[in-house]
Ligand binder design. Structure first.
Ligand code: NDP
Length: 278
C-alpha cells in the first residue's frame, strides 16, 4: 500500500511514527466495527493508533476536555471522534473542538471551508477516496455530468464540491430527499455517486449505459442464510445496474477500503505538516 511506503520513508528519515487517537463513545456495534477496521489498517501501515473508549454516559464537557488534552499533546498528530455521538452531545460542538491541524476527518468548519474554496488541508476520507478511485480508474471527470445523491456534510456535499473544483471540472448536480424527479437526474449521469443509506434506491432504469457508479451506501439487510443474520448492501441494485455500467463499485469492498486508506493518508499528512513534528 502506498501509505505504508510513505510512512516507512517518514520514519526512516528519523521521525516518530504518525500518531492517531480515535475517540469511541458508547458501544454502537457498527461504530465499534469501523474503529476496529481503522485501527487494524493503521497498524498495518506503521501508524501508532489507539482507541480511547468512553461510556455513552460521558458528558459533553468531559468529552470536550478529552479533546482539549489531545489537542495540547504534541505527540498526537491526528484526532478522530467516531460518529454518531449519543443524543445528549452536540456533535457540531465536538467537531469544532478538534484542533483543525489535527482534524484528520476533515469535518472542522475551517477544513470544510478550505475544501470549498479549493484549498483543502484535510479532505474527508470518503470523498477523498472517491476522487482517488475515479482518478486511478482513468474516469474522465472533466466535462462529465456528475450526479451526487445525498447531501450529508461528510459525503454528499464534499464530493459534490470536489467534483466541481477547477482541478476536476465536472458539472455537478446534487440530489436529496426533496428532489422532485430523482431518475430524471440520475439518468443523465456520466458519474453517479449514491450516498443515501437506502438499499436498492438506484435501479437499472435510473442509469444510462456506460455510467460510472460509486456506491457509498452501507446498509444491513436481513439474510437468514448468513450466520450473523444480515448482509451488507449499497444504495445501488448492483445485480441489475452492473451490466449497464462501465464501472461500478461493490459493497462491501469498494469505497470502504479507500476511505480507510485516505484516513491514514490524512494522518501521515498531519504528522508531516505538524509545527512540532519530531
Ligand atoms: P445521511 O444519512 O447523513 O444523509 C442521507 C442523504 O440522503 C440526505 O441528504 C437525504 O436527503 C438523502 N436521501 C434520503 N432519502 C433519499 C431519497 N429517497 N432520494 C434522494 N435522496 C435521499 O448520509 P451519510 O452521507 O452519512 O451516509 C450515506 C450512506 O453512506 C449510509 O449508508 C452510510 O452508512 C454510508 N457511508 C459509507 C461510508 C464508507 O466509508 N463507505 C462513509 C460514510 C457513510 P435530505 O438531506 O433531504 O434528508
Amino acid at each position: 500500500m502506498e501509505v505504508q511506503a510513505d510512512v516507512s520513508s517518514w520514519t526512516a528519515a528519523g521521525h516518530r511514527p504518525p500518531c492517531l487517537r480515535v475517540i469511541l463513545v458508547g458501544d454502537h456495534p457498527a461504530s465499534a466495527s469501523y474503529v476496529r477496521g481503522k485501527r487494524k489498517a493503521a497498524a498495518e501501515v506503521g501508524i501508532d493508533s489507539e482507541t480511547l473508549r468512553r461510556p455513552d454516559t460521558i458528558t459533553q464537557d468531559e468529552l470536550l476536555a478529552l479533546i482539549g488534552e489531545l489537542n495540547a499533546d504534541d505527540a498526537v498528530d491526528g484526532i478522530l471522534v467516531q460518529l454518531p455521538l449519543p443524543e445528549h452531545i452536540d456533535a457540531d460542538a465536538v467537531i469544532e473542538a478538534v484542533d483543525p491541524a489535527k482534524d484528520v476527518d476533515g469535518f472542522h468548519p475551517e477544513n470544510t471551508g478550505r475544501l470549498f474554496i479549493g484549498a483543502p488541508r484535510f479532505i474527508p476520507a470518503t470523498p477523498f477516496g472517491i476522487m482517488e478511485l475515479l482518478r486511478r480508474s482513468d474516469v474522465v471527470i472533466e466535462g462529465a455530468e456528475a450526479v451526487v445523491v445525498g447531501r450529508s456534510n461528510i459525503v454528499g456535499k464534499p464530493i459534490a464540491s470536489l467534483l466541481g473544483q477547477r482541478d476536476a471540472n465536472a458539472t455537478v448536480t446534487l440530489c436529496h430527499s426533496r428532489t422532485r424527479d430523482l431518475a430524471l437526474h440520475t439518468r443523465r449521469a456520466d458519474i453517479l455517486i449514491a450516498a443515501v443509506g437506502r438499499p436498492n434506491l438506484i435501479t437499472a432504469e435510473m442509469v444510462k449505459t456506460g455510467v460510472t457508479v460509486i456506491d457509498v451506501g452501507i446498509n444491513r439487510v436481513d439474510d437468514a442464510s448468513r450466520e450473523r443474520g444480515y448482509r451488507l448492501v449499497g444504495d445501488v441494485d448492483f445485480e441489475q445496474v452492473a451490466p449497464k455500467a462501465a464501472r461500478i463499485t461493490p459493497v462491501p469492498g469498494g469505497v470502504g477500503p479507500m476511505t480507510i486508506a485516505m484516513l491514514l493518508r490524512n494522518t501521515l499528512t498531519a504528522a508531516q505538516t505538524s509545527p512540532v513534528a519530531t
